[in-house]
Design a protein around this ligand. Structure first.
Ligand SMILES: Nc1ncnc2c1ncn2[C@@H]1O[C@H](COP(=O)(O)OP(=O)(O)OP(=O)(O)O)[C@@H](O)[C@H]1O
Ligand SMILES: [Mg+2]
Length: 220
């Protein structure tokens, strides 16, 4: 079992969109997935409630202390995906402590990247006192199709010294359109969105294969 947290204190950075689509994508790849909504706004809960045939189990976490119990509850899953809350520092630090992998969605703007500085600092501090767990990486989201990352964006990202997932998630209407119905891009005929979500999933599965020992032995 691996705990994957999707965190960024900045509101609207794409955490929930990434969480629900990755959860479904890993499910499609034959993985047993538990989706955890750690945000009092309950966006993932609302999404889940919008489709009564949703194939994914979801639980809500109302307080940081409950994060600790997740690891034992989640033993029968391959992946526990935590959709992070904006601004809830306690929830964020609790999630980092039980995570094997932290993905930080950022829009390609230096302001958005700088807003993740506390999260990056805390994650690195955690890595320093463990065996490097959790792994952490940025995911560029809401990228405008056909554009490249600007020099200032690359500079802001490289200051942190964290890896950046190769796959970029593009700004596409299909993401909010499917979410509004409790669905994901796996329920729509949008090849480009499907391709990017599957590519990101393949990167995550490659990370899991490379860290299998850590994932199996890592506790809270
Ligand atoms: N790749 C994308 N293409 C188009 N719209 C997107 C994309 N990613 C996110 N959005 C939209 O941007 C808004 C914010 O995204 P989302 O809710 O996923 O962010 P969040 O980080 O979970 O926000 P919060 O901090 O409020 O929980 C939503 O309306 C969502 O539909
Ligand atoms: Mg959200």
């Amino acid at each position: 079992m691996a705990v994957l947290s999707i965190l960024n204190p900045k509101g609207g950075s794409g955490k929930t969109t990434l969480s629900i689509n990755l959860a479904r994508s890993l499910h499609e790849a034959g993985q047993r997935v538990l989706l955890v909504d750690s945000d009092p706004q309950g966006s993932a809960r609302d999404w889940h409630a919008a489709d009564e045939d949703n194939p994914l189990p979801l639980i809500a976490l109302d307080r940081p202390s409950n994060v600790k119990t997740l690891a034992s509850m989640a033993a029968s899953y391959d992946w526990v995906i935590i959709d992070g809350a904006a601004k809830l520092a306690d929830m964020m630090t609790a999630a980092i402590k039980i995570s094997d992998l932290v993905l930080i969605p950022v829009q390609p703007s230096p302001y958005d990247i700088w807003a993740a500085s506390d999260l990056v600092d805390f994650t690195k501090a955690r890595q320093d006192i463990t065996d490097g767990t959790p792994s952490a990486a940025f995911v560029i989201t809401r990228m405008i199709e056909g554009t490249k990352l600007g020099q200032e964006v690359n500079a802001a990202l490289s200051e942190y010294g964290l890896p950046i997932m190769e796959t970029r998630i593009t700004q596409r209407q299909i993401y909010p359109q499917t979410a509004a119905e409790g669905l994901t891009v796996f329920d729509a005929a949008n090849e480009k969105a499907l391709r990017e979500m599957k590519a990101l999933t393949a990167e995550i599965l490659a990370w899991a294969a490379a860290h299998s020992q850590e994932v199996v032995t890592h506790g809270a």
